[in-house]
Design a protein around this ligand. Structure first.
Ligand code: CTP
Length: 405
């Protein structure tokens, strides 16, 4: 990434003690490529995985490892180092480090630097997925977020110990990109949705054909999860009704996992009353009339499935306007995007519909990127294409505007 989005910035990279510490070496290189000056501080644990010398070679500055190094303190004391930094990036941020930061510990160099600084802090967590999902870690993350700390990742995928789940350190390039000035401004957002309850549906639904097979779709759930996270960061109480996806639950969001369209409908209505409904899920339009109790055996050359319409959750929600201030739908279209989207806006009695073109390269269902346009009765807004996390922030901003319109 030759982008110099960190030009002239002084970044203090604090490396925690996890296996992902090796990726922090690449991070130094990426930060420097992005124009930053980098100094590195390591916890004692981090030094079991990577040597201070490796970081020194890549950063061009001596690596700081302890509070008690008189030579290092003589050249730049730890308080000066905390002041030197324009921003602090902690990667990998272990569960232990997050806990210490959340509670204001200062028992080693890294925690002391973080307590002594006035610079913005970003953490990129990496740990076992159960440690990440533990209520203690989630509470620590929520505390840090509430204090304005930017959290990047973790990502879902295979973990070092042979398991899989949310816990992987985000890729160095993605971390550096998320540190851009735009991303920074997105972190310091107001609490415009405070006091409001938002229900978001996300992901696909799976309609079971028999005990081993189902009808599904390629929705990743990323957009809905990003929208839930964004609404939460704007101060809303958020309930996220998630179809079958393996994504980490955004901090502070109440998640209800469902499988089928019927279950999703039930969970959505159970979450009401609410102020805002955002239907980002790709709900199946048809479901088998009666799922087979046993595995369907192959017999004839062809097989016809008997499918019936599912309830349209979004239309039902919009029809019961009791207490709802805004109902937002999504439309995935392959052609005539504006025409079909506006048609759904009217037919489903929505306040807002967000359309995106699917079936194009670099956008839509499985991608991290998206291009979207929102339509309401007498207006529309084309969002700048970009990461789903940023688009989610833009959409929530529009929702705040429409609420106040
Ligand atoms: N939706 C819903 N319940 C359904 C189907 C869709 O709540 N049973 C919601 C989705 O969450 C999304 C919007 O409706 O917000 C999508 O509208 P829809 O008309 O179902 O889109 P498509 O399924 O793409 O419709 P079509 O196949 O007719 O284009």
């Amino acid at each position: 990434m030759a982008d110099d989005n960190l030009k002239g910035q002084r970044v203090l990279l604090c490396v925690g003690g996890g296996i992902a510490a090796y990726k922090a070496l690449e991070l130094v290189r990426r930060l420097r490529e992005a124009g930053a000056q980098v100094q590195v501080a390591m916890t004692a644990g981090a030094q079991h995985f990577v040597t201070p010398l490796s970081f020194q070679a890549l950063s061009g500055s001596p690596t700081r490892t302890t509070l008690w190094d008189s030579a290092a303190e003589a050249s730049m004391g730890h308080i000066e180092l905390a002041r030197w930094a324009d921003r602090i990036l902690i990667a990998p941020a272990t569960a232990d480090l997050l806990a210490k930061l959340a509670h204001g510990f200062a028992d080693d160099l890294v925690t002391t630097l973080c307590l002594a600084t006035t610079a913005p802090i970003t953490v990129a967590p990496a740990m076992n997925h159960r440690m990440w999902g533990h209520p203690a870690t989630q509470a620590n993350i929520a505390t840090l977020r509430a204090r304005g700390v930017q959290v990047i990742g973790p990502e879902d995928g295979p973990l070092a110990e042979g398991e899989s789940g949310p816990g992987r350190l985000s890729e160095p390039g993605a971390i550096v990109a998320a540190l851009s000035p735009q991303a920074e401004s997105a972190v310091a957002i107001d609490q415009a949705l405070k006091g409001l309850k938002v229900v978001v549906s996300a992901g696909p639904t799976y309609e079971d054909l028999d005990p081993v097979r189902y009808l599904g779709n390629r929705s990743s759930g990323k957009m809905g999860f990003a929208v839930a996270d964004s609404a939460r960061r704007r101060g809303a109480e958020v309930v996220l009704i998630a179809g079958p996806v393996h994504l980490a639950t955004p901090a502070g969001v109440k998640r209800v996992d469902v499988r089928s369209a019927a279950q999703m409908r039930e969970a959505v209505f159970a979450a009401f009353p609410a102020d805002i409904y955002i239907g980002a899920a790709a709900v199946a339009d048809y479901t088998p009339r009666a799922p087979a109790a046993n595995k369907i055996k192959k017999s004839n050359e062809s097989l016809a499935l008997d499918l019936v319409r599912t309830p349209d959750i979004l239309s039902e929600v919009a029809a019961q306007t009791q207490g709802l201030k805004l109902v937002v739908g999504f439309a995935a279209e392959t052609e005539n995007v504006a025409g079909y989207a506006r048609g759904k806006l009217v037919a489903k009695h929505l306040d807002l519909i967000v359309a995106n073109r699917v079936g194009v390269a670099d956008g839509g269902f499985e991608s991290d990127q998206n291009a979207m346009t929102a339509y309401w009765q007498d207006g529309e807004r084309v969002f700048n294409p970009g990461a789903k996390t940023r688009l989610a922030d833009d959409l929530i901003e529009l929702i705040v505007e429409r609420l106040n319109a």
